[in-house]
Design a binder for this molecule. Structure first.
Ligand SMILES: *[C@@H]1O[C@H](CO)[C@@H](O)[C@H](O)[C@H]1NC(C)=O
Ligand SMILES: *[C@@H]1O[C@H](CO)[C@@H](O)[C@H](O)[C@H]1NC(C)=O
Ligand SMILES: *[C@@H]1O[C@H](CO)[C@@H](O)[C@H](O)[C@H]1NC(C)=O
Ligand SMILES: *[C@@H]1O[C@H](CO)[C@@H](O)[C@H](O)[C@H]1NC(C)=O
Ligand SMILES: *[C@@H]1O[C@H](CO)[C@@H](O)[C@H](O)[C@H]1NC(C)=O
Ligand SMILES: *[C@@H]1O[C@H](CO)[C@@H](O)[C@H](O)[C@H]1NC(C)=O
Ligand SMILES: CC(=O)N[C@H]1CO[C@H](CO)[C@@H](O)[C@@H]1O
Length: 516
């Protein structure tokens, strides 16, 4: 200080001082910037090295001024050019770290120093992208989660102010199965899920701020894992089930193995197999665990119950963990045809056929014999030939001779017959398959009835004779009168007296005699 005020000065001294020092008494400088009264706004994106403001001061004495900044923190951020008062930024500002400073600037005229504090506000720019919290994002939901269920919330924040700090969420690209609430980040199911189709979804969440000019965004992955629930019935595989099996296959023969699988692939359950219907006489057995269908009895195609084959209804049941049946089941039909083997010989429906016909029967006359022959096998296995064998078999003709399965055999007269030449026939009737021992056999007996144009006629229809019991052998009992018109002359010896209760009547011309 160049001018001293002495307390012991005289008035004259004082006057000298006043008059002599009027131009000499120093006055201190002062800042003229308005921001000292309000605040100084510096944008946080101001590049390091640029000037942020210039300190302005006045000194009434027009002394050269020196500007400065005080305080350790302020000195780190700001440098002041001593001569000009230009303030430089020394290191980057970040509103999100420190949004205001109180900085003390100084100005000096070499005789005195004035300091003044300014409030520096750091101005926001949208320089932060949203940040997701609590990553990674992963959620497990059961496949039967209803549509509309919220399953997850993503959370991203953005420290910027205003629109630049307000976050909107979206899926990028959008999902058909999930939606995200743009404001809240809540993820919901919007379509039915199916574990059997898709087991996991990998979604990308875009969190973007709403800055008008330069929005910033961040991506995050969201893994949604679908867990299986038992919601699918089992299915049979390798359908359709149909099999041929030879008749008389040994019991225990495996017909086929059937297989059903649980369509819930997450943790598929075991299957139990049963026959629901069609298993006539329990001829088949189905293994509950393996699904092996085996023959359980004697399979005879010629049994009418079996000849049309079998339509089994088989069922697969998903088993619970404790091996009890669940209510998830599937049924299917299993067609089994029984294939014929040649196990039957032709058979006539009687062992003997006999008939009496008049010797006058015409050639072509069909004898009233009802002969049926059957081979119960099928197709070629049931083909056979029919033969009529015996003395004079050429007197008759049979048809048909070639048979498949079943036929009614007719025997017809082949040549004119004559009682006087052959009065009876004993034939063997064979039905021979090509297999040597497959033969059907029956006897055929044909008797001829003698015919005359003028037959003898008895005088009365009934002869009633009474005899004493002491009658002797040779006693004439009865005289039978026959009309005498026979052209063949006297009555032939063919009259038959029949049998009396206690003896036999012998034949005589027109007589019956008691023989003993
Ligand atoms: C999001 O995360 C921030 C920071 O952890 C937390 O303050 C805010 O409460 C969260 N918001 C929600 C909706 O969880
Ligand atoms: C996020 O979404 C915004 C708004 O749709 C878009 O402008 C931006 O490009 C997306 N971000 C990314 C990384 O794709
Ligand atoms: C044999 O079959 C034929 C034709 O069906 C029938 O008329 C006849 O009575 C049967 N004979 C016997 C002994 O059953
Ligand atoms: C066939 O005729 C011959 C000679 O007449 C006879 O010896 C034979 O016993 C007859 N056979 C039958 C089955 O009647
Ligand atoms: C039919 O079979 C019988 C019995 O085996 C046999 O004796 C006969 O010769 C056979 N007939 C023919 C034409 O093969
Ligand atoms: C035969 O005659 C006796 C005695 O005259 C009589 O009792 C009996 O009924 C007669 N029999 C017939 C079948 O007419
Ligand atoms: C031959 C003979 O002794 N005939 C007698 C049989 O019995 C009757 C009745 O008893 C007699 O009258 C016959 O004389």
């Amino acid at each position: 200080m160049r001018c001293h005020v002495a307390t012991s000065c005289h008035v004259a001294w004082l006057l000298v001082l006043i008059s002599g020092c009027w131009g000499q008494v120093n006055r201190l400088p002062f800042f003229t910037n308005h921001f000292f009264d309000t605040y100084l706004l510096i944008s946080e994106d101001t590049p390091v090295g640029s000037s942020v403001t210039q300190l302005l001061a006045r000194d009434m004495d027009n002394d050269p001024l020196v500007f400065g900044v005080s305080g350790e923190e302020a000195s780190r951020f700001f440098a002041v050019e001593p001569d000009t008062g230009v303030v430089w930024l020394r290191q980057p500002l970040d509103r999100e770290t420190k949004s205001e400073f109180t900085v003390e600037f100084s100005v000096s005229d070499h005789q005195g120093v004035i300091t003044r504090k300014v409030n520096i506000q750091v101005g926001d720019v949208n320089d932060n992208a949203p940040t997701f919290h609590n990553q990674p994002y992963s959620v497990r939901i059961p496949e039967n989660t209803p549509v509309g269920t919220p399953i997850f919330i993503v959370n991203a924040t953005d420290p910027d102010l205003g629109a630049g700090g307000s976050v909107l969420y979206s899926f990028q690209p959008p999902s058909q199965f999930f939606a995200i609430d743009s404001a809240r980040g809540t993820v919901t199911v919007i379509r039915e899920l199916d574990y059997e189709t898709t087991q996991a979804y990998q979604l990308t969440v875009n969190a973007t701020d709403q800055d008008k000019t330069r929005p910033l965004s961040t991506l995050a992955n969201l893994a949604i894992i679908i867990t299986d629930v038992q919601d699918m019935d089992p299915i049979f595989i390798n359908l359709p089930y149909s099999t041929n099996i030879y008749e008389h296959s040994p019991p225990g023969t495996t017909v086929r193995i059937i297989t059903a699988i649980d369509q819930d692939k997450g943790r598929p359950r075991g299957i139990g197999y049963t026959i629901v219907s069609g298993n006539t006489n329990s001829i088949f057995a189905l293994d509950y665990i393996s699904g092996a269908l085996t023959l359980n009895g004697l399979l005879d195609r010629e049994n009418p119950l079996y000849s049309h084959g079998f339509i089994l209804t088989v069922k697969g049941t998903e088993l619970n963990d404790d091996r009890t049946p669940s209510d998830a089941t599937v049924t299917t039909t299993f067609n089994i045809l029984v294939i014929d083997i040649n196990d039957n010989a032709p058979e006539f429906n009687s062992s003997e056929y006999s008939v009496a016909i008049t010797e006058l029967a015409q050639v072509g006359f069909a004898l009233p014999l009802f002969i049926q022959v059957v081979d119960k096998d099928e197709g070629l296995n049931s083909m056979f030939e029919v033969y009529l064998v015996g003395n004079n078999s050429h007197h008759f003709i049979i048809s048909p001779t070639s048979v498949q399965g079943k036929a009614d055999i007719r025997i017809r007269v082949a040549i004119p017959l004559d009682y006087e030449t052959v009065d009876r026939y004993d034939f063997d009737l064979f039905a021979n398959e090509s297999v040597p021992d497959h033969v059907g056999y029956a006897k055929v007996k044909i008797a001829l009835i003698n015919e005359n144009d003028n037959r003898p006629i008895f005088s009365q229809p009934l002869y009633n004779v009474s005899l004493y019991e002491n009658v002797t052998v040779g006693t004439s009992v009865l005289t039978v009168l026959v009309s005498p018109h026979s052209p063949a002359g006297p009555l032939s010896s063919g009259a038959d007296c029949g049998e009396a209760p206690r003896g036999i009547l012998s034949k005589g011309p027109g007589l019956c005699l008691l023989v003993y």
